[in-house]
Design a protein. Structure first.
Length: 104
């Protein structure tokens, strides 16, 4: 078999991607907690009204972004589990064929 007919899975990248996506998800969820903390610093009611509108729009986009991050995280998790299972299945099949006992 040549180099180009093999699938190489970067488990380190998949695991770090999963962790990074989880951190992004936490940060996006945590932003909501600080929304009311900054209302008092806007001062004038006209500015406060515009900032409220901006924050409301940001909240809508943030929710959409959060959904996308959550979906991507699920896809990475599924890919990681699938590749790990496939690796284990291939290892066990190779060991069985060679007469060795399979396992984790």
């Amino acid at each position: 078999m040549g180099e180009h007919d093999r699938l190489v899975v970067d488990y380190t990248l998949l695991r770090s991607s999963k962790t990074n996506l989880r951190d992004i998800e936490k940060a996006l969820k945590g932003i909501e907690e600080h929304r009311d903390d900054i209302r008092d610093i806007w001062g004038h009611s006209a500015i406060a009204g515009k900032m409220d509108k901006f924050v409301d729009n940001w909240d809508n986009y943030r929710r959409e972004l959060l959904e996308n991050v959550e979906d991507l995280g699920k896809q990475v998790e599924t890919s990681l589990k699938s590749f790990e299972k496939l690796d284990l299945d291939l290892k066990n099949a190779a060991e069985k064929k060679s007469g060795h006992k399979g396992g984790n």
